[in-house]
Design a protein around this ligand. Structure first.
Ligand code: DGJ
Length: 735
């Protein structure tokens, strides 16, 4: 390390006394201090009005000392490039990866941004917004950077807005959401990759000099190959409970790019934003371009601390009803696929009631008449009930379900169209496709052009119409199975605006729907987890992590989503995938919002009895799982078990899950696991739940009352072995 970034590395610096390259800030520099309870982001503006980022890390006790932080992002006096700009403009003196690159109305391809002023004000209880105004000294071109600091949650939400009053449009080639700068000795990036039914596989790689890019060019399904969420751990690889970690995620459901550049000073630059790929955006004079938000949190308590902060933030500020309730449900997708009718559904409603769920969710296949949706080759876009399958219509089903004692919800894929559909015949110009090329299909379908306001109205009216006709409709599953091929809109003038305007159009529709139906539960689905991000989760109460519901696989998938998204939003269904017994499948599904996609009538009597009891117990403990703090205790990647505990805010209740993840024979139970998050001074009672009928708990026979101190220092053995492959323990304070 060639600089001593002492606030991040106090100990290392004081012991090693590494000489600093940077200089202390000269008097007169402006410092913009953006703080949360634990963290600070400090911007310094020098006499030339250049704004630089000099600190992102723990908050200092004495605010005045931020001025003493050395400047880390400049090489020497002979070199004028600034590496730590808060928003690096391209085309003049900055030659590293830019945050913004434009061509002005007169064809000039350069940009400079100087500080004009800033303002800071509270915008809600515990939320402080800082705006930093920047301007090109030569052009009427402005950028405002927004930093929303969520005090208790230690999360910063950053975005920018770009505006000009030049005589003609300006082309924005790149327009990132943020531009962070972090000095450390080493950087380890954990990013995720996957595909259908194989979501969220982690890779941890050291970052070396140069740029690593993560991106999506799929248009609609940002998550399909690699999600826009990451962890960077400083100095050493990420640990669950120790070390400095930055968790970041871009709130955008379309093409994105995350750039990680280790600069010639060995400092890390992070530039997240919309993908510049095929997206040079034409910005008319006096209009404003607002980038999506980049959300990040700094933790000195490892990955666990970072994810707990994001969870708390998301529940309180982002996900609709994040602190409210959710409905358990029975879905018919895997039980029937496209093959159902009113009679079959009527029986499933009764099954749902018998099982004890709140709602029945009718999946794909209920619509289309000229081109009935009997498989995935036809019908998308024709959202009228299929008269053969559902002669009495949806209204009848809603009532029938309610008469059986469950609410009714429905699957939609509103952004899509089948080539075989009346919608396509009527409105070919509503479809994204190139006029002079063959059509390419993804799951036999095409994407509607949501940059077109008429298409936005069509999609809005689809949901609004359903809700108006069926006011008690209780749930919507919003699917999105295709990517954008042959990107071309028959409506918009500048084709390279399409990828961006598509997502803005989608958010426009979702925003209108949320305004009218603020409490409607909606599941975000994209052929599994092809779209899980905080842009979409502004509108959805929950998400579908993967079509892969094999419980063993799901442990890993859920584990990795849990770094960024809270359990209340994770729809975990018990299905017939995999070879695991129903107890294991249920125990895994309970780590989020439980649901079912099984044929209830095929369950054996003990299986049914077990599931009914599990749902009753779930209703008792669900608030702890949904609102509690998550502590990952044993990772399935490095242990024979996966183990995690949710602890209530007041630390009086906890729910602890442990699963065997090895197929090797384990006759002996594994070693005790140290718990986390409890109050050392409290006394706790441990009770096993989800005990399968006819079996005995290995836990419930012992006295099972321990201090939090004991449980977190010595640990407790949940007695998981080859015969007891999953164990759920309910922990309650004994007063
Ligand atoms: C993909 C989803 O992930 C599934 O759950 C199901 O809804 C199908 N689409 C229906 O076509």
């Amino acid at each position: 390390m060639n600089v001593c970034f002492y606030t991040l590395l106090t100990v290392a610096c004081s012991i090693l006394t590494i000489p600093t390259r940077g200089n202390q800030a000269p008097p007169g520099d402006v410092h913009i201090i953006i703080e949360t309870q634990q963290t600070a982001l400090v911007i310094r503006v020098d006499k030339d009005k250049t704004p630089t980022l000099v600190h992102l890390g723990p908050k200092l006790r004495n605010t005045a000392e931020y001025a003493a932080i050395p400047t880390n992002g400049k090489r020497g006096e002979d070199y004028t490039g600034i590496y730590n700009s808060i928003y690096t403009p391209a085309g003049s003196r900055n030659l590293l990866e830019p945050a913004i690159q434009v061509t002005h109305a007169d064809g000039n391809p350069s940009l400079d941004l100087v500080y004009i002023r800033h303002e800071t004000q509270p915008v809600a209880e515990g939320v402080v917004l800082t705006k930093v105004y920047l301007k090109d000294p030569q052009y009427p071109f402005d950028v405002t950077l927004y930093y929303k600091a969520y005090q208790k949650e230690d999360v910063i939400e950053q975005w920018s807005s770009i505006r000009h009053t030049e005589k003609k449009p300006v082309i924005l080639h790149k327009y990132a959401s943020a531009n962070l700068y972090i000095p450390a000795q080493n950087y380890y990036l954990t990013h995720f990759h996957g595909d259908w039914a194989n979501e969220m596989n982690p890779s941890e790689v050291p970052l070396t000099e140069g740029i690593k890019l993560l991106d999506s060019k799929l248009g609609t399904r940002a998550d399909l190959f690699q999600p826009p969420s990451f962890l960077v751990s400083l100095n050493q690889p990420a640990d669950e409970d120790r070390g400095e970690v930055i968790a970041g995620t871009l709130a955008w459901s379309g093409n994105y790019q995350l750039a990680f550049e280790v600069d010639p000073l060995h400092n890390l630059r992070i530039i997240p934003g919309i993908n510049p790929y095929a997206s040079a955006y034409t910005l008319a004079p006096a209009t404003e371009f607002t980038t999506p938000a980049f959300l990040f949190t700094y933790s000195d308590k490892g990955k666990g601390g970072a994810s707990r902060s994001l969870h708390r933030w998301a529940r309180k500020y982002r996900i609709p009803q994040g602190q409210g309730d959710r409905l358990t449900l029975l879905n018919n997708w895997e039980a029937t696929y496209f093959d159902f009718n009113e009679e079959k559904l009527g029986a499933l409603f009764k099954d749902g009631k018998k099982l004890g769920v709140d709602l029945f969710l009718l999946d794909d296949g209920w619509f289309g008449n000229k081109y009935p949706r009997n498989d995935d080759h036809a019908g998308l876009g024709d959202w009228q009930e299929n008269v053969k399958k559902l002669p009495h219509g949806l209204g009848y089903l809603v009532k029938e379900a309610e008469n059986s004692g469950v609410k009714f919800g429905i699957w939609l894929e509103p952004e899509m169209v089948s080539p075989k559909s009346e919608l396509y015949e009527k409105h070919p110009d509503w479809v994204i496709k190139l006029p002079n090329r063959s059509e390419y299909y993804f799951r036999n379908q095409l994407v509607l052009d949501l940059s077109n306001p008429k298409v936005q109205d069509f999609v809005y009216e689809l949901v609004n119409g359903l809700m108006t006709k069926n006011p008690t409709l209780g749930f919507i599953k919003w699917d999105c199975n295709a990517v954008i091929y042959n990107a071309f809109s028959a409506t918009i003038q500048n084709q390279s605006n399409l990828y961006v305007d598509y997502v803005k159009g989608l958010y426009n529709v979702l925003g209108r729907l949320r305004a009218k139906y603020p409490t409607l539960p909606m599941m975000l689905c994209s052929g599994g987890g092809g779209r899980v991000d905080y842009g979409a989760l502004n509108y959805f109460t929950e998400y579908w992590p993967s079509d892969n519901t094999d419980a063993l696989e799901r442990i890993f998938i859920q584990w990795n989503y849990s770094y960024f998204f809270p359990s209340i939003a994770s729809c975990n269904h018990v299905t017939d995938w995999g070879k695991q017994p129903i107890k294991f499948r249920t125990d895994v599904a309970m780590m989020g919002k439980i649901g079912y996609d099984i044929v209830v009538s095929k369950l054996t009597e003990p299986e049914l009895q077990f599931s009914q009891q599990a749902l009753k117990d779930y209703n008792r403990i669900k608030q702890v799982i949904w609102q509690g703090d998550l502590f990952r205790l044993a990772s399935p990647y490095t242990n024979d078990v996966a183990s995690a505990i949710y602890v209530s805010d007041s630390k009086d209740r906890a729910v602890w899950f442990t699963y065997l993840v090895t197929s090797r024979y384990k006759a002996e139970s594994i070693a005790p696991i140290k718990l986390n998050g409890l109050d050392p001074a409290k006394s706790y009672h441990i009770q096993e739940i989800n005990v399968y009928p006819g079996t005995k708990s290995a836990i419930n026979t012992s006295p099972a009352t321990y201090s939090g101190n004991y449980l977190m220092t010595i640990g407790f053995n949940p007695q998981v072995d080859t015969r007891r492959t999953s164990v759920v323990l309910e922990i309650t304070e004994v007063k």
